[in-house]
Design a protein around this ligand. Structure first.
Ligand SMILES: NC(=O)c1ccc[n+]([C@@H]2O[C@H](COP(=O)([O-])OP(=O)(O)OC[C@H]3O[C@@H](n4cnc5c(N)ncnc54)[C@H](O)[C@@H]3O)[C@@H](O)[C@H]2O)c1
Ligand SMILES: O=P(O)(O)OC[C@H](O)CO
Length: 268
């Protein structure tokens, strides 16, 4: 762990662009990080100009975050292989639908020692009906470990420097110290745990409870009923993890990935 880590962000949407400011600021001053950070941008044309050119000259992602200035050490790259080739830490922040195709493109092209971090919420469904974690897809396809960062993380609030919290589920002890240092800021508190499956599952399943709460509103059920539904849904997440990911810790459900993220999604 002596050498500096080169960081690459894969994605340039709302969340990727928001977190890129923290990553860029931290990379510029952290002794364990290379100051330049690549950001893979799915190329688009805005008024005839490439989005990558716009980002690299104005430092603004006019498509996804038009009022938000990125640090100049964030370098937009339109080729995912080129962006990721030298990376020691690969941050995935794209919608779940694009993960498999992106990993197929990257297969054999990333450093075998690289470590991935998924900021993606959601999961895929396997042929047998089982849940497949997004980090699992990344690990299986790229054959590198993948940690996760999730929490009560509405991008527009973080971009406004409103206080918020995130939980990192770290799958490699070697990265325990450096991962929080990559993402945190004065207003973004990041806690790291090794209970990575539980962290990711909390974020993946909370949408189901939020959907149920939305249905309760739509059916004009009262607040007592909705609160009961949310409590029972949260309990079901705990029971699900207990059955399918044994060994997870109860305390993890009360970190940002669990209890704080749930009300956000229900309200939003
Ligand atoms: N927005 C938030 O507040 C927020 C916060 C936390 C986590 N997340 C999670 O982050 C993930 C991304 O969400 P988002 O809100 O940034 O999405 P978004 O809709 O803002 O971004 C879409 C991204 O997909 C890229 N894209 C489009 N077509 C593509 C293709 N064919 N191949 C590869 N990339 C393509 C776009 O360039 C863009 O970078 C989701 O899993 C979401 O749950 C979002
Ligand atoms: O709705 P999502 O999956 O984009 O998640 C948004 C934020 O993470 C809520 O905390």
């Amino acid at each position: 762990m002596g050498d500096k880590h080169f960081v690459c962000i894969i994605g340039s949407g709302n969340w990727a662009t928001t977190i890129a400011r923290n990553v860029g600021n931290n990379a510029a001053r952290h002794q364990m990080l290379e100051p330049l950070v690549n950001m893979y941008v799915y190329e688009e044309y805005i008024d005839g100009r490439k989005l990558t050119d716009i980002i690299n000259t104005t430092h603004i992602n006019v498509k996804y975050m038009p009022d938000y200035v990125l640090p100049p050490n964030i370098i937009a790259v339109d080729d995912v292989v080129e962006a990721a080739r030298d990376a020691d830490i690969l941050i995935f922040a794209i919608p779940p639908t694009f993960v498999s195709s992106c990993c197929r493109t990257l297969l054999g092209k990333v450093k075998p020692t690289a470590h991935a971090v998924s900021l993606i919420k959601g999961f895929e469904r396997g042929d047998d009906g089982h849940i497949i974690l997004i980090s699992g897809i990344i690990m299986r396809q790229l054959k590198i470990p993948c940690s996760v960062l999730v929490g009560c993380n509405l991008a527009h609030e973080i971009s406004n420097d409103n206080y918020c919290e995130g939980t990192i589920g770290c799958r490699d002890q070697k990265f325990f110290r450096v991962l929080p240092d990559i993402f945190k800021s004065d207003t973004f508190r990041v806690v790291v745990t090794d209970d990575a499956d539980c962290v990711e599952i909390c974020a993946a399943l909370r949408n189901i409870i939020a959907f149920g709460a939305g249905c309760a509103d739509g059916m004009e059920l009262n607040e007592n009923t909705k609160a009961g539904l949310i409590r029972r849904g949260f309990l079901e997440i705990i029971q699900f993890v207990d059955v399918f990911y044994p060994g997870s810790r109860m305390a993890t459900f009360f970190e940002a990935c669990g209890l704080s993220d749930l009300p956000i999604v229900i309200a939003s």
